[in-house]
Design a protein around this ligand. Structure first.
Ligand SMILES: NC(=O)c1ccc[n+]([C@@H]2O[C@H](COP(=O)([O-])OP(=O)(O)OC[C@H]3O[C@@H](n4cnc5c(N)ncnc54)[C@H](OP(=O)(O)O)[C@@H]3O)[C@@H](O)[C@H]2O)c1
Length: 283
């Protein structure tokens, strides 16, 4: 049975950045948002999301399942299991409960499954950075989305504009996938923060590095990381790397050394001199 088309009624529990982005995308495709449940009806995020989602009424998590085909649980990861247990009694038969976490699998819904064998559970992780609902709803368009659960989860991701995919089976696949997402997003941001600090030390604005950053990312995407690598490590220019390490403030060296080691790994070259330089702890 096709549950997801025509458009359905959803309730959003956890009206933050990701949940409101996804709910807004579905609303734009003709879904109705039946209700929003946050920490409380008066919480700023609840009121903000309710207004963005067509003045949907605020309800408690315990009543979130009522009259809804789909309940999206978009709380912080550590709250998903408890919130889902709290709403399980209100779920309609055959309702679909989905979370948006990259870290958690379907086991987080074990409590719901035990209490309500007549409902379905799923996971739908947008592989995208969603800093606010207004920006996030547009960023969902064309984003990849890791799905788990019944086919309706993938259909829902498609309705929201995303490209669903499934992870390889196996206990660690989801955790490794989420680690990759953190490297792609969070660690990249942390590296750019180092660029910002070093640029400031040289009296150069961060903006001056932005075209370099953008073209480097484009090269890695178009050519693949190994072919996109340039610079002193790729050239085997040990003296330049040594000069960098000597000139950097002590608290910037570990990050530089780690990046250079990863660059050397990418070249698949054995370079004893460079390896020993990168291992050396400078005072
Ligand atoms: N943001 C992203 O880029 C992104 C991308 C993909 C997936 N995700 C996933 O989406 C989920 C939510 O992340 P987020 O970034 O949207 O976090 P968020 O902006 O902090 O939103 C979480 C929301 O849940 C509410 N909340 C917290 N505890 C609650 C409870 N017990 N009952 C009801 N509501 C509760 C919070 O209320 P208050 O505002 O009052 O604290 C807030 O509105 C996570 O599983 C995350 O992994 C996020």
């Amino acid at each position: 049975m096709d549950h997801i088309t025509p458009p359905r009624a959803l309730t959003l529990v956890g009206p933050g950045r990701a949940g409101t982005s996804v709910a807004l995308a579905l609303l734009r495709q003709g879904w109705s948002v039946r209700a929003v449940a946050g920490r409380s009806a008066d919480a700023p995020s609840t009121r903000r999301a309710a207004a963005l989602l067509g003045d949907a009424p605020a309800v408690t998590a315990g009543a979130a399942g009522k009259d809804s085909d789909v309940v999206i649980v978009a709380t912080p990861d550590q709250a998903i299991a408890a919130v889902a247990r709290a709403l399980s009694g209100s779920l309609e038969p055959d309702a679909l409960v989905v979370h948006l976490s990259g870290a958690a699998g379907l086991e987080v819904f074990d409590g719901v499954r035990a209490a309500r064998p007549d409902v379905r559970v799923g996971a739908m992780h947008p592989l995208q950075s969603l800093p606010s609902a207004e920006i996030g709803v547009d960023r969902l368009e064309g984003a990849w989305c890791a799905v788990d659960g019944p086919p309706d989860v993938a259909r829902m991701a498609e309705v929201a504009g995303m490209r669903p995919f499934t992870l390889r089976a196996g206990a660690d696949a989801r955790t490794v996938y989420h680690a990759a997402a953190c490297v792609a997003s969070n660690h990249l941001v942390a590296l750019l923060a180092q660029v910002d600090r070093l640029a400031a030390l040289a009296g150069v604005p961060f903006d001056a590095f932005v075209p370099l950053v953008r073209s480097t990312v484009a090269n890695a995407v178009e050519l693949g990381p190994a072919a996109a690598l340039t610079g002193p490590v790729a050239r085997g220019d040990v003296a330049t790397v040594a000069a960098h390490l000597a000139a950097l403030p002590a608290d910037e060296r570990d990050s530089y050394r780690f990046g250079a080691s990863e660059a050397l790994r990418l070249t698949a070259r054995h370079d004893a001199e460079l390896e020993s330089l990168l291992l050396r702890v400078l005072a």
